[in-house]
Write a protein that binds this ligand. Structure first.
Ligand code: SER
Length: 947
């Protein structure tokens, strides 16, 4: 093997994979997406072992017992978070590749250690004197022992003074707060010069954050599961999970002192220089321009990978981590490199160039990824400059070198500066941020906008140790083939899980709110693939009416848990029972599921966009929700066309076929769309609308198949599409950049929406024939119903368009009515003015509104400019009194102030108000008191005027 710096990064990656696949008999398991599809405990894939979590927990199996690959990982924002180090050091990244090999209950420490050593030293020729290893020292609080096995194995390769023992912070690896874990053994590389090494032994620098003494490979011996409460439980088998930082090993093998000096980064740095016009990268640790290069290069890799795998920038969770990363990069490009246009998106091709060989999915549609990034950049660039000005203000008014919570909140709320960005900018100026204060302002803001928490009473889980116990007790996996037809099934209770222990008898509600029953057979559908669970009952067959109400159904490993409560009698383990579904819920769910498939197909046909891909789906009994990738929204015509397409399929009453097919055969079917990153079982179930599955398989490449809905799916479906009755889209909206959401109805709900739309059409036609007030109220009623009723969105758009001219007509009628009213009020005022004499004028103007009351006042003042005047009017329906008053200068001099005057009058009518001495307005709530108020106001004014 060569030891010179001739290997490229691509070669190194390949040599690792070849060593384990060709030499040590591992299967190659391609990287899973960085967006975990089925693990809510993870923000991003953070280690190669994530995709095998179910195997480690004993919940799943694979066709192989040892595997290797390079896995796309992101460590930002979760338990493992390297974001804060990016740019500042030379060996942390948000996105990185992890080279890994795994044993699933197969080989253990001996082989894992020996092969790691063989690859590093024998194959790659790394100087063994530069390698140090660490082992776990044990932990009393967890009850774990020191890993003397690993230590002894290492002694065969490494002198004892280069083996260190470390505590659980460094040498006990955990995937997240919960999940598989175990002691680990790390290999560290000392890349310092010979003089430095002579001066200070490398062993002293291991795990000390020294930039040249770095961890390169972690060998984890997975033996435990960390449960919700923090306790460790041994797993049914022992596994190996190793992970080597690809960018670090490339640096070692290319003899560089920074990950960024290797060919992994060259194309991206070149692209940054071209796009921004910055001077060349000079590899200096604390040089601001070099820091900017490293941050931008790291972040664009992370963004391109994450977006390709389906994540989108957003305001929460994963999406917000990406938005924060993007905004950091935009800020540094703007401030340090002085760029004022969106440039990050221009770097996407360089990421595809450097990583597309290892991860071909990057080549699928890089333009789309660039567009999403550009839109995000543009959005932040719109506020960034004003935000930077506010930041300057915040920095100069900082007290005790701390940016105030209000400033940090304002930067976030108004200018989109995430708190971590504000913190970095503060650090650059030697300042801190009042983060505790910021958090409480955020909490208050969240509180304001939050509705009530929805508690899910049915959350009961089966942890891995309980699962292992079931296997140990020889409880056979639940046979759930009957779920497809759903008819009542006879079964036996095999286990009763109360959330903590297994019981022999189902405890009644008073003792346990929720219990899970596991039977040998079931016809219930457990929530999966976006389809909601069935509900129903489990009753005993002895006829003593013992009944268990099933409220939720979850699948864990190979078992189906029926979660609910005993409502009558007693049920025991071993007892024969009858399982019965709540049929209407199942029927509606089937109808919505089949319609979801047809919709998915219709979208691609109507929108002429092969890029449309399913991003998420919810199939419930009362609606279906379908999220898909698409750069633009649907036009009203497209919505109508998609509806029409689905309704045609319903009208044709096409048959729905479903069959299990070997995965490799199924994948050949032309036009079949699978969800990227989803792991499909083999054999896989194919659901086809209109074409029998055997026919598809006879000529799998028939181009006609793309005219049909054909999907991999484990859900329940109608036998014939006609049973969906009708299909209506009730909403089409943006979910995130590049993702649209459609909500739709089928069955009676869809027909009701259709009928409501037709009734409204008729109502509008009838309104046309009406006049005056009855026309107005007909149009107002219809407007409200168009807004509030459950209608198809196409129908709603159509109805709104029809309503528009009618509403114009309402406005015109109102305007002319108002004009008439003004005439009458002014006439009344004129008569009053003619009859009046003297310095105090107080009167009630009948039928005036706020506006015409002022018109009346103008008339009075024109004739009696030296009098103090007060006018009242009442709206009896609304229970309102309006009062206006004016006082000429001369009378103000006598002590009559309009403000005081109206206050008195309004007080009598149960209200309040005030104003200037010459002019004031007020309101009251009691029209009955107007006469009284008039009397008192006159008296008050006379007293002042006659003083
Ligand atoms: N899971 C371990 C790690 O991430 C080894 O792959 O370090």
């Amino acid at each position: 093997m060569t030891t010179t710096a001739t290997r490229t990064a691509a070669q190194i990656r390949q040599e690792f994979i070849d060593f384990f696949t060709k030499k040590q008999g591992h299967a190659f398991a391609p990287s899973s997406p960085v967006v975990p599809h089925d693990d809510p405990t993870l923000l991003f894939t953070n280690a190669g072992m994530n995709q095998f979590k179910d195997v480690f927990l004993g919940q799943g199996t694979r066709d192989f017992v040892r595997a290797a690959n390079t896995q796309k990982c992101i460590r930002a924002g979760g338990k493992h978070n390297d974001l804060e180090d990016v740019g500042k050091d030379t060996y942390h990244h948000t996105f990185f590749e992890m080279l890994g090999n795994w044993s699933f209950g197969d080989y253990f420490k001996v082989e894992a250690i020996a092969w790691a050593w063989e690859l590093l030293v024998t194959e790659w020729g790394i100087d063994p004197d530069r390698l140090y290893v660490t082992v776990f020292e044990g932990d009393a609080s967890d009850g774990t022992e020191s890993d003397t096995d690993a230590e002894n194995i290492w002694k065969q390769f490494v002198p004892a003074d280069r083996i260190g023992r470390f505590d659980k912070k460094d040498n006990f690896w955990e995937m997240g707060e919960t999940g598989p874990c175990g002691p680990c053994s790390e290999i560290h590389y000392d890349g310092r010069t010979d003089e430095e090494r002579a001066r200070e032994p490398g062993a002293e620098l291991v795990n000390k954050d020294h930039p040249d003494v770095i961890e390169i490979w972690n060998l984890v011996f997975i033996q435990f599961n960390r449960g919700e409460g923090g306790a460790l439980t041994p797993l049914p088998a022992q596994h190996v999970d190793t992970g080597m930082g690809f960018e670090r090993i490339v640096r070692v093998l290319q003899h560089k002192s920074s990950n960024y000096d290797t060919d992994v980064w060259t194309p991206i740095f070149d692209a940054i220089r071209t796009a921004t016009g910055a001077r060349e990268y000079t590899s200096v640790l604390d040089d601001p321009i070099d820091i900017a290069y490293r941050v931008i290069a790291d972040h664009i890799r992370c963004l391109t990978i994450a977006l390709t795998d389906g994540a989108r920038p957003g305001n929460e969770g994963r999406g917000y981590v990406l938005r924060r990363i993007l905004r950091r990069a935009v800020r540094i490009a703007r401030q340090t490199l002085g760029v004022d246009r969106p440039v990050l998106n221009e770097l996407v091709p360089s990421v595809v160039e450097s990583l597309g060989g290892a991860f071909p999915e990057l080549r699928t549609n890089p333009d789309r990824i660039a567009t999403i990034i550009r839109e995000e950049e543009e959005a932040f660039l719109r506020t960034i400059d004003r935000g930077l000005v506010l930041f300057d203000e915040a920095a100069s008014s900082a007290k005790n070198t701390q940016i105030s919570a209000e400033h940090a909140f304002g930067l976030h709320d108004t200018y989109g500066f995430p708190i971590d960005l504000t913190r970095i900018m503060a650090e650059e100026r030697g300042l801190t941020v009042d983060e505790a204060g910021y958090e409480s302002l955020m909490a208050a803001a969240r509180e304001k906008s939050r509705g009530k928490d929805e508690n899910d009473p049915t959350a009961i889980t089966l942890p891995p140790e309980a699962l292992a116990q079931l296997k140990y007790k020889d409880v056979a996996p639940t046979d759930d083939v009957d779920k497809f037809h759903g008819r009542p099934t006879s079964a036996h209770i095999r286990a009763i899980w109360n959330g903590t222990d297994f019981d022999n008898v189902v405890e009644p509600v008073g003792k346990r709110p929720m219990v899970a029953i596991i039977t040998d057979k079931t016809n219930f559908y457990a929530e999966q693939g976006g389809q909601i669970a069935d509900t129903g009952t489990i009753v005993d067959v002895d006829g003593d009416k013992s009944t268990f109400e099933v409220l939720d159904v979850q699948r864990v490993g190979d078992y189906v848990m029926h979660i609910g409560r005993l409502v009558d009698g007693e049920l025991r383990e071993g007892e024969p029972v009858q399982m019965m579904l709540h049929r209407p819920r199942r029927e509606m769910t089937k109808s919505n599921h089949t319609a979801t498939h047809v919709l998915n197909h219709a979208l691609r046909v109507v929108m002429h966009d092969e890029e449309i891909d399913q991003r998420g789906s919810l199939v419930a009994d009362d609606r279906l929700r379908f999220d898909f990738s698409c750069a633009r929204g649907m036009t009203p015509d497209e919505i109508e066309e998609v509806e029409a397409h689905v309704n045609r399929v319903i009208a044709q009453n096409l048959e729905v076929f479903a069959e299990l097919v070997p995965l490799d055969k199924a994948q050949q079917i032309h036009g079949l769309r699978a969800v990227f990153g989803e792991r499909y079982p083999d054999p896989v179930r194919v659901v086809s609308v209109g074409v029998p599955v055997p026919t598809l398989l006879e000529t799998p490449d028939n181009p006609d198949w793309s005219n049909h809905s054909i999907e991999f799916c484990g859900g329940t479906h109608l036998d014939f599409c006609g049973d969906a009755k009708h299909f209506v889209i009730t909403q089409e909206s943006a979910l995130a950049a590049g993702i649209r959401r459609v909500i739709a109805l089928t069955g009676p709900a869809a027909m009701a929406a259709e009928t409501a739309a037709r009734t409204l059409e008729d109502q509008l036609a009838a309104a046309d024939a009406l006049e005056g007030e009855s026309f107005i109220s007909a149009v107002e009623d219809a407007s409200r119903e168009v807004d509030e009723l459950s209608l198809g969105t196409a129908a709603r758009t159509r109805l709104r368009a029809r309503l528009e001219p009618l509403r114009e007509k309402v406005k015109a009628i109102r305007k002319s009515a108002q004009a008439e009213n003004r005439g009458a009020v002014v006439e009344q005022a004129r008569k009053m003015a003619d009859m009046h004499s003297g310095p105090v004028f107080v009167n009630h103007v009948e039928g005036a509104n706020k506006e015409t009351l002022l018109n009346a006042m103008d008339v009075i003042r024109a004739k009696h400019e030296n009098s103090a005047a007060m006018l009242f009017s009442a709206d009896r329906d609304e229970g309102k009194v309006m009062i206006v008053a004016t006082v000429p200068k001369e009378l103000i001099g006598k002590g009559l102030k309009a403000g005081d005057w109206v206050k008195l009058a309004a007080g009598v009518c149960g209200g309040g108000g005030g104003g200037r001495p010459d002019m004031a307005q007020a309101g009251g709530k009691d029209p009955e008191k107007i006469d009284d108020a008039i009397a008192q106001a006159r008296e008050f004014a006379w007293e002042k005027v006659n003083d």
